[in-house]
Design a protein around this ligand. Sequence first.
Ligand SMILES: *Cc1c(COP(=O)(O)O)cnc(C)c1O
Length: 211
Amino acid sequence: MDMDDAERRAQRVKGKGKGPSATKIVGIMPVHVGGKLLDLEQLERFANSHKLWVVEDSAHAFPAGFRRSDGSWAQRSNGSKSVTCYSFYANKTITTGEGGMAVTSNAKLAERMRLMSLHGLSADAWGRFSTNGNWDYKIVAPGYKYNLTDIAAAIGIHQLRRAETMRRERESIALRYSEALAAVAEIELPPPADAERIGSIPGTSLQSSCA
Ligand SMILES: *Cc1c(COP(=O)(O)O)cnc(C)c1O
């Protein structure tokens, strides 16, 4: 996504229409294509200035990192109105066969997402039937059936351990293609990633965080 273009479009829409029919931008849904994260700081500046929700499509972008100006690495945009979505479908960077994950730093929103993902139930099966659980539950909202199964999660946790190894493998394959095809004038290659800002998170804690 071209953030300068997004800004131009946002300006163009501003003030269009009146009353209930006025055009109002409420959010932005950037897609991080091919493991290349957008400039997250530029995205955050844009979203903050227009008070927008950010729903990141990171289906291609796990476990890619983005280095902020202060030198720290991030995997998603920051903010209380930000949600990042990953896909674990069969052809993704890690897979559980089918399924995905939505991540947010907003605790209230996370709770709402948890509730809505499982029929609007106040407690999941673990909360109801495990030793310290309580069988009582309420249906507090007309929810959906968007939960990842525990069986899929059991596959995912092992995929997570291999995420960085598989990422390096893809990187080396991509490099091989880039080098081999560099001289073919008819082929337009994707721009090389800025290694300073996009890539692997040094000393990645992925392995230890799911041990
Ligand atoms: C695969 C993919 C999706 C859809 O993911 P599902 O888990 O199949 O819903 C969305 N966006 C991008 C960029 C993808 O590659």
